[in-house]
Unconditional design. Structure first.
Lengths: 268, 397
């Protein structure tokens, strides 16, 4: 009798342990999603912006190249953002423009304009894991953050450069993403991303991205934080890309007509 | 276009531009060498030729960017072929942009279409074949263009008041039939000749994963028919005949995951026969191939043309295979190779390789190679010994 009781007790304890584990996992998923939603909420309402940026590419041999570009962005309600990027250097690609509509669940739409032959070319969006302008940023790294693009799991609270942060894991929902997962450091005060670790499809560490020099911009009475410097380092190749913002203006009276193929064709 | 016209345009450009405070100046200059792998088929043709090209660009805008002027003259100097030594006004265009429409007045360049191996639908600009043999180089087209757009797409209307003749290699140039094509003796169906006013209309729209274009053209054909004048046996010559045509075109692209599916089709009436032609194919790109940073795109296009005997209609029943290799390196190195097989005749085919990379931020090298083979009468047969390599150093400023 005692023996039976003992067995069932052990069995019960085991079941309890498992269900607690499941419960803990559910909580972590729930908390991760909440953090992601809050991150998005804090960054909603900026409407539109125009930035002048410099990209510095470095390869493992120390070769360095500078790219200048201008990026116009338009926030879309209930959809991913639209962006128009025009390259000013190197000179042989000056005037080349890139238009992207990111979407939360559907494939992104992308076009490139080649000024020498006046041609607008559609890009197959499944190639989102490909490099953006030979940089360590992939096309998918350049598109807007949308909650639906990932599933989440809260990992821990931590400190990053003296600030309290949440560390969460986000897994791309899109099977054509170049990443199996990303670990994201988000500060607890403003929900700004401070650091991202990217893992490749084989789950090996691939890249780290660090955001620095966050500056606040006020748009319609709300504060928006933008990193003026981001640094992407490829752990597998030793190549890196530094992206710095030279100027950034909000409220540029842009609307959807500034983000179509006609505007792409006359971008310069 | 006469030199006087260009000089006048340049003078006007200088005046217009000097009235403006801020002028952006850019452009490129290049030196190019061509080496032909075989001895020439026709007397007088060179084995090699060196040439220089200059294409500066002047741009200014006013009305907070709603108005702009782009001026892009072009000049090429060729060591051998006097036909290849030429000047052109590639662009001289005033652009005005409003909320729901834009207008372009002046000399401009327009591209229509989706496919890679042939540009059937693209008809506004004349091809500058003597400049680059791949057909991608175009002459500036005088135009008045009005474009309006909305959620429903874009409609663009063109009035084209002046016709540009296709350029051809001269007596001292390669890449031509046995007798040079004599532009000076061009014959037109229209009595107005080059001053015939052409019209064109285009609708285009992007709908999710689809791109759609519909076009209509009425005017002087950009692609002449070649005729031979035997009247004087000693001075037999080939001249281009430019008929009045009507052409409708349809171009479609569908994004299917990593695949781009492409179609272009035209129907043209007014020349010696009415005909249809089409190109159908795909491009599939794989990023990060073999665990590298490289992209590899594979292309295949089938070309169909009802015409049997037109010098310029090579793609009658042909298949193109291509590969586009992008290294995604700092130097922007890329390579495109293609092979076009005539399905009616196994010995008729052509191939090309186009490679380029940056040396510094301002300098780029290009290496192009073209191969032609045919043992039956036809276009490729006339240039069957014109396989060549072309090396270009281009400086961008």
């Amino acid at each position: 009798m005692n023996y039976v009781k003992k067995i069932s007790l052990i069995w019960f304890a085991g079941l309890l342990a498992i269900s607690t584990g499941i419960q803990a996992k559910d909580d972590a998923v729930e908390k991760g999603l909440e953090i992601a939603k809050e991150r998005k909420a804090r960054d909603t309402g900026w409407d539109n912006s125009v930035a002048n940026m410099t990209m510095i590419l470095r390869n493992a041999q120390g070769q360095e190249a500078t790219r200048e570009m201008r990026v116009s962005s338009l926030e879309m309600q209930d959809d991913g953002d639209k962006a128009l990027t025009v390259f000013d250097s190197p000179r042989d690609v000056a005037g080349t423009a890139f238009l992207s509509f990111s979407h939360a669940m559907e494939p992104d739409e992308q076009w490139i304009y080649l000024p020498a032959i006046k041609r607008v070319k559609r890009i197959a969006s499944r190639n989102k894991s490909g490099p953006f302008m030979s940089s360590e940023f992939a096309f998918e790294d350049m598109t807007s953050f949308e909650v639906e693009k990932f599933s989440y799991e809260f990992l821990r609270e931590d400190k990053y450069n003296g600030e309290k942060v949440f560390v969460i894991e986000q897994t791309p929902e899109d099977e054509f993403s170049g990443y199996s997962k990303q670990i994201v450091w988000i500060d607890q005060e403003h929900y700004r991303v401070r650091k991202v670790e990217f893992f490749d499809r084989k789950n090996d560490p691939l890249k780290t991205l660090e955001f620095e020099d966050y500056q606040a911009h006020e748009v319609n009475g709300k504060q928006f934080w933008r990193p003026y410097r981001s640094y992407m380092y490829n752990l597998q190749t030793g190549k890196s890309t530094e992206l710095s913002t030279n100027s950034l203006e909000f409220g540029q009276e842009l609307d959807e007509s500034d983000f179509d193929k006609n505007s792409l064709r006359r971008a310069r | 276009m006469s030199n006087a016209y260009i000089l006048a345009a340049a003078a006007l450009a200088t005046t217009a531009l000097s009235a403006q405070a801020e002028i952006e100046i850019g452009g490129s200059a290049s030196v190019e060498g061509r080496y032909f792998l075989q001895d020439a088929l026709y007397p007088g043709q060179p084995r090699s030729q060196v040439s220089l090209a200059l294409e500066p660009e002047f741009y200014t805008q006013w009305n907070s960017g709603d108005d702009s002027l782009l001026v892009k003259p072009y000049a090429r100097l060729d060591q051998r072929d006097s036909n290849r030594t030429h000047v052109d006004m590639r662009e001289f265009q005033w652009l005005h942009v409003a909320d729901e429409w834009e207008s372009r007045v002046g000399v401009g360049k327009v591209f229509w279409g989706q496919t890679e191996s042939l540009h059937l639908v693209d008809i506004i600009n004349q091809t500058d074949t003597v400049d680059q043999f791949d057909g991608e180089e175009k002459l500036g087209q005088p135009m008045v263009n009005f474009t309006t757009y909305g959620d429903w797409g874009t409609v663009s209307a063109f009035v084209l008041p002046y016709f540009r003749e296709r350029t051809f290699s001269g007596q001292d140039g390669r890449l031509r039939p046995g007798l040079p094509i004599e532009n000076d003796r061009a014959v037109y169906e229209s009595d107005s000749e080059q001053r015939h006013i052409d019209y064109a209309l285009r609708y285009q729209n992007s709908m999710g994963q689809w791109e759609l274009g519909l076009s209509y053209f009425n005017g002087t054909t950009r692609e002449p028919e070649l005729q031979v004048n035997f009247e004087d046996n000693l001075n037999a010559h080939i001249f281009p005949y430019y008929a009045q045509i009507e052409q409708v075109g349809l171009d479609v692209l569908k994004v299917q995951g990593a695949w781009l599916l492409k179609f272009e089709g035209i129907y043209r009436s007014g020349q010696s026969e009415d005909f249809g032609a089409a190109v159908l194919g795909f491009e599939r790109t794989t990023v990060g191939i073999f665990d590298t940073n490289y992209d590899l795109g594979l292309l295949m296009e089938y070309q169909y043309d009802e015409r049997e005997n037109n010098f310029f209609a090579i793609g009658q029943n042909d298949l193109m295979f291509g590969a586009r290799w992008t290294l995604n390196d700092i130097d922007g190195t890329e390579l495109l190779a293609g092979y076009i097989q005539d399905l009616d005749n196994t010995d008729t085919y052509s191939g090309f390789v186009e490679a380029s990379s940056r040396m510094t931020d301002n300098w780029r090298w290009k290496l192009d190679a073209y191969f032609f083979s045919s043992d039956v009468p036809g276009t490729l047969n006339t240039i069957r010994r014109d396989d060549h390599l072309q090396v270009t150093l281009e400086y961008f400023f």
